[in-house]
Ligand binder design. Structure first.
Ligand code: TRP
Length: 333
């Protein structure tokens, strides 16, 4: 079975944009591939202004992922820093990565503009650490969003260079783009994101969902209840496609002929979202009430991941002619 690897920044409670764009995809890959999913806490430190909420963000995110259907029996789910071999491989890869490759990465240039006060060494090495993430587990398929394609290109170049300098160890990882369209936030302008406060959380209560949906922007050309609407440009309608699939045609035609108003349409959407998320809310509550459940899942994930990581590091050191460390008791045998 081919191996899937992907990493996710710890962003705390997940929203329906994360679910439709990323989590759902990761869930469906579980049946076809050997999947490893990693919460990249070290990567998060390259840009974090405050570490205040880091632990809570990891916990809440993992809880949502498990509640939504990531199965820790099928997949390995773990926290990046729990398997420290990734930092070892990162250092070794840094010796085969020309600095010029890193300086031209678009996300690096963007970050330099966004945080000129914090252009740290780790930020330049971000794609090297990402390559180490994937390569440590010999990941071949990497589900990511389009913004990560330059990183994946670089990952291929780094492993190719390693393989040609030291001998073949790593398969070249391929990006697998998620086929879901961009999920816009409730403002109908920006993509759904924590930073724009335009999201609905997976764990939101029916009341919260309703309140949030009510604040959403709809078709701006529809100013009066009697105006006919344009579902194709309405963000609420776009969400109906995902959450009310059986009734989209009816909703579209009712909107066009002003048969339903935006308020009614939003109430319907809030109900569909709420009923879709209900099983997640229930499972989340059950998992959250089990003491140490998340800690145990992550410890088990880290153990399984580390077994693979140790083997890869052994192979890498062999190829790089580093002297293997031998335990004293073995020497005396
Ligand atoms: N850079 C990715 C992001 O910001 C996260 C990430 C870290 C990742 N390591 C990875 C993604 C390895 C895929 C594979 O979304």
């Amino acid at each position: 079975m081919k191996r899937v690897f992907s990493g996710f920044r710890p962003t705390g409670k997940q929203h329906i944009g994360n679910y439709l764009g990323t989590i759902q995809n990761c869930i469906s890959l579980q049946d076809e591939y050997d999947c490893i999913y990693c919460v990249v806490d070290i990567h998060a430190l390259t840009t974090l202004e405050s570490i205040e909420s880091l632990r809570e963000d990891i916990y809440e995110m993992v809880l949502d992922w498990l509640a939504a259907g990531i199965d820790p029996q099928k997949s390995i789910l773990f926290v990046q820093s729990h398997v420290p071999q990734v930092m070892e491989l990162h250092t070794l890869f840094s010796m085969v990565t020309p600095l010029s490759w890193l300086l031209r990465v678009p996300t690096f240039k963007e970050k330099v503009k966004m945080q000129p006060h914090n252009v740290n060494y780790g930020l330049v090495g971000y794609p090297v650490l990402m390559t180490a993430d994937i390569a440590l587990y010999k990941g071949e398929i990497v589900p990511v969003g389009e913004d990560q394609l330059p990183h994946l290109e670089l990952a291929r170049e780094i492993v190719r260079r390693f393989n040609s300098l030291y001998g073949f160890v790593f398969p070249e990882p391929q990006a697998k783009l998620t086929s879901f369209p961009l999920i816009l936030g409730l403002d109908g302008i920006q993509k759904m994101s924590k930073s724009y406060n335009n999201y609905i959380e997976i764990a939101a209560s029916p009341q919260e969902i309703l309140e949030r949906v009510m604040t959403a922007f709809t078709d701006p050309a529809r100013r009066y209840r009697s105006d006919s609407g344009h579902p194709d440009i309405c963000n609420i309608f776009c969400l109906h496609k995902f959450f009310t699939p059986a009734r989209v045609d009816e909703i579209a035609s009712e909107c066009r002929r002003a048969g339903i108003g935006c308020v009614e349409c939003k109430k319907m959407l809030a109900e569909s979202i709420s009923s879709t998320l209900e099983p997640f809310r229930e499972k989340r509550a059950i998992l959250a009430s089990k003491p140490n459940y998340i800690t145990e899942v992550l410890a088990d994930g880290a153990n399984r991941a580390e077994a693979i990581a140790k083997e890869t590091i052994r192979e890498v050191k062999e190829k790089m002619r580093l002297l293997q460390r031998v335990q004293l008791e073995h020497i005396r045998d």
